[in-house]
Design a protein around this ligand. Structure first.
Ligand code: NAP
Length: 278
């Protein structure tokens, strides 16, 4: 689809990747509904993208995707705007040793990163199916196809989102709705806290600028491709892992070491309650 023909609902719009994506979309001529829970950063982003002068091209909407009321509001405004694309980008981080996780964090991560995007897709489906062409683009992660120590719960959500994307893509293959999955690798945003940054450094994980992910997302929307993983070697590793998962089991000693509190040094406090991720 050409960007100028897109009318997008973008969740997580004020985040690091979301705001880069909103800018790329707006510059390319797409109409964008910016969704997040906090109104102030969304309004500032809308303003910076010219909402004041180009009314309705860019619009901010404060709504929580984990609530039925939030999703109903998004659905109604999306319909009024003639939306033909949903980008599920909102997520919570979830980095750390699984032994340190708690039930509340597990619930919140899976509800926000997996259940809510599925429910929002369902809420918007009639609107999308009524279009000549439409897109559902789910923003995932390399950890959604390659299990990485430190990302057991977060990765479970992204694996789930990828499975949902694949099944729904096949289910809707003879409809106007194309379902897509973009697997980002580590990206420089507020999503990663100090511990996650340190983990990436110790494991020599490459970290992209959010604009790299935004450009990849726009290219995917244009091409209609099924899925794309950003970056080398991640894009190869996820495919290899798909073919022979146990082959890579021995490749994560550095990741395990970086998770160990004793080995991680004074800069990593295992008692922290901050939640993180990829
Ligand atoms: N950064 C990375 O290293 C990385 C790597 C791979 C994949 N990803 C994926 O890329 C996407 C964007 O990540 P990011 O780095 O841009 O994260 P981010 O900067 O933390 O942005 C996430 C956004 O999601 C919004 N959000 C969270 N819960 C929400 C809810 N219940 N309802 C509505 N909005 C909600 C937040 O805004 P409010 O708090 O205002 O709601 C926030 O702006 C995520 O799907 C993430 O999993 C990120």
């Amino acid at each position: 689809m050409k960007p100028e023909g897109l009318s997008v609902v973008l969740t997580g719009a004020a985040g690091g990747i979301g705001s880069a994506l909103a800018a790329v979309l707006a510059r390319a001529g797409a109409r964008v509904l910016l969704v997040g829970r906090r109104g102030a950063p969304l309004a500032a982003l809308a303003e910076s993208l010219g909402a004041g002068v180009r009314t309705l091209r860019v619009q901010a909407l404060a709504a929580d995707i984990t609530t039925a009321a939030g999703r109903a509001t998004i659905r109604d405004i999306a319909a009024a705007r003639g939306c033909n694309a949903l980008i599920n980008c909102a997520a919570l981080p979830g980095f750390g040793r699984f032994a340190d996780a708690d039930d509340g964090e597990i619930d919140a991560v899976l509800r926000t990163n997996l259940v809510a995007p599925i429910q929002l897709t369902l809420a918007l489906l009639p609107q999308l199916q009524a279009q000549r062409q439409a897109r559902v683009l789910n923003i995932g992660s390399a950890t959604g196809r390659l299990g990485v120590p430190g990302f057991a719960v977060y990765g479970a959500g992204k694996f789930g989102l990828r499975g949902f994307s694949e099944a729904l893509r096949r289910e809707l293959a003879d409809t106007p709705v194309r379902v897509q999955y973009l697997g980002a690798r580590a990206t420089r945003t507020g999503f990663n806290d100090r511990r996650a940054d340190e983990f990436n450094r110790r494991t020599r994980t490459a970290v992209d600028a959010p604009e790299v992910v935004a450009r990849a997302a726009l290219a995917l929307l244009r091409s209609g491709g099924a899925e794309k993983f950003v970056g080398f070697p991640e894009s190869v590793a996820v495919r290899l892992n798909g073919l022979a998962p146990t082959l890579l089991d021995r490749a994560f000693a550095a990741h395990r070491a970086a998770l160990r509190p004793a080995a991680s040094g004074a800069s990593i406090d295992p008692s922290t309650t901050e939640s993180q991720h990829v």
